[in-house]
Design a protein around this ligand. Structure first.
Ligand code: ZN
Length: 152
């Protein structure tokens, strides 16, 4: 008689990211990929969440053209030069930052297959800083899935 035993693994980690200021885009694919490779998870999913109301996570082809296009699109959609109720209320001048971050979203889930992140060949995971100054960000990684298969 033989059985295949799998184990549910859950890992939690934090990825610190220092941003240089407004519209800084940081590629975090390498760090996330290393944490997943080392986690022992073969198949499951990785969830990433940035704690903060003026930053966002998404994916893009991380090359200067596409990154510049994203910045321009965000600036067209939610211009800085407008009146924001948040600024009138708090006077911190980052009303547009909050709206931009809310539209892109604070989290992303990536499938894990055979111990690696399932991403397209030209697809990278990025943090987008929307605040008006440099910030120290913390990205929370929660990954879960089957541990490596073991036959007994
Ligand atoms: Zn604010």
């Amino acid at each position: 008689m033989s059985a295949i035993i799998t184990k549910l693994l859950i890992i939690k980690d934090e990825i610190p990211v220092s941003t240089s200021g407004e519209l800084d885009v940081v590629d975090i694919t390498g760090e996330v990929g290393q944490l997943i490779n080392r986690s022992g998870i073969s198949d499951g999913m990785a969830h990433l969440f940035v704690a903060g109301a003026t930053a966002a996570l998404t994916t893009i082809e991380f090359e200067p053209g596409a990154v510049a296009d994203l910045k321009q699109a965000v600036s067209r959609l939610v211009p800085m030069e407008m009146e924001y109720a948040h600024n009138a209320r708090w006077g911190d001048g980052n009303g547009h930052s909050h709206v931009r971050a809310a539209m892109l979203g604070p989290d992303i889930t990536v499938p894990v297959r055979n111990g690696s992140l399932l991403l397209g060949t030209w697809q990278q995971i990025i943090l987008v800083e929307f605040d008006t100054k440099s910030r120290n960000r913390k990205i929370h990684l929660t990954a879960m899935g089957e541990g490596a298969l073991k036959e007994v």
